[in-house]
Design a protein. Sequence first.
Length: 117
Amino acid sequence: MKTEAESLLPLPPATFHILVALADEDRHGYAVIKDVATRTGGALKLSPGTLYRSMDRMVQQGLIREISSRPARDMDDGRRRYYRITPFGREVAMAESGRLAQMLDLARAKGLAPRKV
């Protein structure tokens, strides 16, 4: 029987990358876009439309939440909205990581992926 977190799997790639970007710190949308692009070496560039549609859906699913705490005024743009991963979002990201790891193990067993070094 699937857990609630597993019922959301597989995650769309944008959703997974957003969760990873928020795993270690709260971020506003543009910071998420920059983090994803940096972490993927530019292979994935989220458009603002994709980002905000995904984030709106993720808020509704309880994966992330908008937060009211902000940096000092001189370091912030008042229009920015900041987001934080929820405990449920972390659980879903971990479930997706496990699913991806299992798929990689299966591919390695068939010679379709590099061996671990």
